[in-house]
Design a binder for this molecule. Structure first.
Ligand SMILES: *Cc1c(COP(=O)(O)O)cnc(C)c1O
Length: 344
């Protein structure tokens, strides 16, 4: 989270908007919360340029519940296609199998997900194709999105609002808030109204996107505090100059670290192929696991938190989500250069 957002939340934690109450004590039907709820949707529509024929929904259960919810609602034909770009994509596909056949339209598993596949095989009677825009564990990111002739569902949990995307290229976008927007506890879903109209009807109430759409995400108590934090983050993005400015900043941030990798003569080896590199997660290896352990430990001592790679792939990883300031990236780059000098 941006420090400014945390400080603002702290300052008004016990007294929201002069009410004498905390936002977390307020009814979700109160005029104060209503205003915040609507404003959050308006800010999303403005910043992401979400067309009017798309619903904006706030749902609980995290990205992982979206894996099954997307399939429950939209796996309505014989098959569903998944582009397997790593662990999250695979988990999403596993949930789809509860609702029918699911197959890989493409996979990057052959090279430990170090790239984004560029050709796809869609089978007849496919309900939708599911993509994962950024792959946190491997540090790959779709740089652009191809056109498909079936509906497109995209999990944007780890790069939502980090760059400009064309919402109209997708039928359903979902994103757990906890990487770029807010604390864990809310998912943002953006669904095309005409696609929503095709959803399966015979589902439990809380599993239907329609329940959320018909009730303005207020069928039951929404995660008020999380949505409040989303609101604050959106104001912060707007004040930073909007999504384009954030994207430029993210590019520059990632570049200072990628430059160290690229100029290290192989001391640092990037995991992702260059043309698919993520601006959110920078993954790299050192000569061996022992050195990586040392790098992470010395990094930790120098104040860099969480630079160990994901337990599934090892190595090292620097996450450069929206809130991470340029200075933190520059400091890590300096640390990496020094570590290389000391250990070459
Ligand atoms: C982090 C992440 C998730 C996590 O989902 P939760 O259930 O909210 O923990 C899902 N998908 C992607 C692409 C992610 O990066």
């Amino acid at each position: 989270m941006p420090l400014e957002v945390l400080e603002e939340a702290q300052a008004e934690f016990t007294d929201y908007a002069g009410t004498g109450m905390s936002i977390i004590e307020m009814s979700h039907r109160s005029p104060e919360y209503s205003k915040l709820h609507q404003e959050t949707k308006e800010l999303l529509r403005e910043l992401m340029e979400i067309p009017e024929d798309y619903e904006i929904l706030f749902i609980q259960g995290g990205g992982s519940t979206q894996f099954l919810m997307a399939a429950a609602n939209f796996h309505t034909k014989a098959k569903a296609a998944y582009v397997n770009t790593g662990v999250w994509a695979k988990k999403a596909m596993a949930e789809a199998k509860f609702y029918g056949e699911a197959y890989e339209a493409a996979s990057s598993a052959d090279k430990n997900h170090s790239y984004i596949p560029q050709s796809y095989k869609l089978e007849p009677d496919t309900s939708y194709v599911h993509l994962t825009s950024n792959n946190t564990i491997y540090g790959t990111e779709w740089q652009s999105f191809p056109k498909f002739d079936v509906p497109v569902i995209c999990d944007m949990s780890s790069d939502i609002l980090s760059r400009k995307i064309n919402v109209a290229d997708f039928d359903l976008i979902y994103a757990g808030a906890q990487k770029n927007l807010a604390p864990a506890g809310v998912v943002l879903a953006i669904v095309k109204k005409s696609f929503l109209a095709t959803a399966r009807e015979n589902l439990p109430t809380m599993l239907k996107y329609k329940t959320f759409a018909d009730n303005d995400s207020l069928y039951n108590t929404p995660p008020v505090f999380c949505i409040y934090m989303v609101n604050k983050t959106l104001h912060w993005i707007k004040a930073m100059g909007g999504v384009d400015a954030i994207a430029k900043r993210n590019e520059a941030k990632a570049k200072v670290i990628y430059d160290v990798i690229d100029n290290s003569n192989g001391f640092y080896k990037g995991h992702a192929e260059k043309e698919y590199r993520s601006k959110m997660n920078i993954t790299f290896n050192l000569a061996n696991a022992e050195m990586e352990k040392d790098f992470v430990a010395k990094g930790k001592a120098a104040g860099f938190v969480g630079i160990g790679g994901h337990r599934l792939v090892g190595g090292c990883r620097a996450s450069t989500y929206n809130a991470v300031p340029m200075e933190a990236c520059e400091a890590l780059a300096e640390f990496m250069k020094q570590y290389m000098k000391d250990n070459q």
